[in-house]
Design a protein around this ligand. Structure first.
Ligand code: OOB
Length: 552
């Protein structure tokens, strides 16, 4: 067995004291200031251990327990050396510690040894989603300065080797393409694992991996997360979800996303010795079958999927009684839909309001139903600092709406290589401006009431899309609702409402009467009403408002 930390072989993976070069991976990284970092260490939030050690520890503590569930089962004792072999193989190709590698894999068990291999080699994965295409992959490859691209041959009917060929042509710095499955003209990922004596020493305060921002405007941004901060993110999340070695986590959302990756997701499950199962298709048919087969206990979904699962529970025969916790987050779960989850699926509901940038909010096991259904949880860490501020940046009282600003032991201080954007996205004292509008209850629970960007400005009147959608969802037969602003010569923007309904589209007059009946201001009533079979969604499954607005 190889050792993960050997002082003699510590090479290019240097701390801040080493002079940086133009390609140094820390160029453009904004660390947490030293004095605060020291406090986080003192308080035990940062354990000073690299993420790769999570798996090492699990293999020591639970060698015979299953780690990965697929067609075959992989124990922790088998997974640990598989990750080492991947690390050695990557280094043997000439990829060095500190180099960036764009990782784009579907939800398959192989994702785990590849991720841990990269982490143990000190190579920094840029975690992209299967739904990303040329524009995003090229942009992320260039911006991160990646030297390699790890992908799959095909996912559904899309051929990623074609995408790899295009990206390689346009980004000459990309030296390697490694493919899981049939490699075509590229390198077979499964042919690279190798033996070796020692792996580089990895500094826990250094960048472990890079997440991609979920922002719905502009090009995606890079979020560099350190070993220290991300290990805390995963472990503290596992604690809140009471994960243990008997749990089976189902990766339903794309695993490269922060939510299924570390909230507590794959990494939190590894940290607590549980097993991980995977589905590439989150539909009730496929996910329920996986839940039954692997006796899944925990999974995470976005609100539209939660709704779909609730409806499907009526007709699907699969036995999903092993599921104890359904985490729902990524977008606002309307209270009416939250109330359906427990009776429809027979699970505990947990709302999760998180962001790749850091801050996570969870409802807790002991919270009364009222808080679980009507709020998006409260901050994970006692060290999370949350401010709710008005347009002038002044704190508002509890219960009042304002923008959520945050900093803390696992929240970024700046996007990677984005100094110009950072000057707007952070306050001078380091708070991240989330762009989310929230109300804070005296208990600390937050209610997401909208997004600064997700507002329609109708002739100077601001309309929160979330608020309008919540009302529309209460209309009988309305399954999904989305409000978007459409350009209007007189008003600037007009309110367009798109509904997915069980039967015929209600008439505009009926909708207006219904909303008026619910006490909604006249200016919030839709100007345009449209019907859709499905709403377009972003890579992680949220309603894609940009695409929707472009449709009408
Ligand atoms: C998660 O992360 P991202 O980075 O894809 O998106 C973050 C944004 C938040 O700023 C907020 O606008 C929205 O998504 N959001 C929610 C929400 N959870 C996220 N809005 C309302 N209610 C919620 N429960 O989406 C994410 C990361 C980790 C865990 C969970 C979600």
């Amino acid at each position: 067995m190889t050792s993960s930390a050997s002082a003699e072989t510590s090479t290019a993976f240097a701390g801040t004291s080493t002079a940086s070069t133009a390609t140094d991976h820390r160029d453009g990284f904004v660390p947490i200031p030293d004095d605060l970092a020291e406090q986080y260490r003192q308080a035990g939030y940062w354990a000073g251990r690299p993420l790769g050690e999570l798996l090492r520890d699990a293999a020591r503590q639970w060698p015979d327990r299953p780690a990965l569930l697929g067609d075959t089962e992989t124990s922790y004792a088998a997974l640990d050396p598989a990750a080492d072999r991947m690390a050695h193989g990557l280094l043997a190709l000439g990829i060095r510690p500190g180099d960036r590698v764009v990782l784009q894999l579907p939800n398959v068990p192989e994702f785990v040894p590849v991720l841990f291999g990269l982490l143990r080699a000190g190579i920094i994965p840029v975690l992209t989603l299967p739904a990303h295409r040329r524009a995003e992959i090229e942009h992320l490859t260039r911006l991160s300065g990646a030297v390699a691209y790890v992908t799959a041959d095909r996912i559904a009917d899309f051929d990623y080797r074609t995408l790899a060929a295009e990206v390689s042509t346009h980004v000459p710095a990309l030296r390697h393409v490694l493919v899981l499955g049939d490699p075509g003209p590229f390198t077979d990922l499964n042919s690279i694992p190798a033996d070796g004596d020692s792996l580089p020493e990895v500094d826990a305060s250094d960048i472990a991996l890079i997440l991609v921002s979920g922002g719905t405007t502009g090009l995606p941004k890079l979020i560099a997360r350190t070993h220290d901060d991300y290990a805390y993110n995963a472990k503290a999340s596992a604690e809140v979800c009471e994960l243990g070695p008997d749990d089976v986590y189902l990766a339903t959302l794309p695993v490269a996303h922060n939510f299924p990756l570390a909230c507590p997701g794959v990494l939190g499950t590894v940290a607590t010795g549980g097993a991980i199962a995977f589905v590439t298709d989150p539909s009730p048919e496929s996910a329920f079958a996986a839940i039954e087969r692997h006796r899944v206990t925990v999974t995470a979904v976005v609100p539209p999927l939660a709704q779909l699962w609730c409806a499907a529970a009526e007709w699907e025969d699969a036995d999903i009684s092993s599921l104890r916790l359904l985490q729902v987050g990524g977008a606002k779960l309307a209270e009416v839909n939250a109330r359906d989850v427990v009776p429809a699926l027979g699970v505990r509901l947990q709302q999760v309001f998180g962001m790749a940038e850091g801050l996570l909010n969870y409802t807790r096991a002991g919270d009364p139903d009222e808080l679980v259904c009507a709020t998006q949880g409260r901050p994970l860490s006692p060290a999370d600092e949350v401010r709710v501020v008005d347009e002038q940046g002044d704190d508002v009282a509890d219960g009042e709406e304002g923008e959520l600003l945050t900093r803390g032991p696992y929240t970024l201080r700046g996007y990677y290589r984005a100094p110009e954007h950072n000057s707007r996205a952070f306050t001078p004292d380091g708070y991240y401006r989330s762009g989310d509008l929230v109300r804070r209850l005296p208990s600390g629970h937050l209610i997401v009431s909208g997004r600064i960007k997700d507002v329609i400005n109708r002739g100077g009147e601001n309309i929160s899309c979330d608020e309008l959608e919540e009302h529309l969802l209460a209309y009988p037969g309305v399954r999904h609702a989305a409000a978007v602003g459409l350009p209007d010569p007189a008003l600037g923007e007009k309110v367009c409402v798109v509904l997915v309904t069980a039967g015929d589209l209600p008439s505009p007059a009926a909708i207006k009467a219904f909303l008026t009946e619910r006490g909604l201001a006249t200016y919030k009533l839709p100007d345009v009403l449209r019907q859709a079979d499905v709403l377009p969604v972003t890579a992680v499954g949220k309603i894609d408002k940009k695409a929707l607005a472009a449709r009408y």
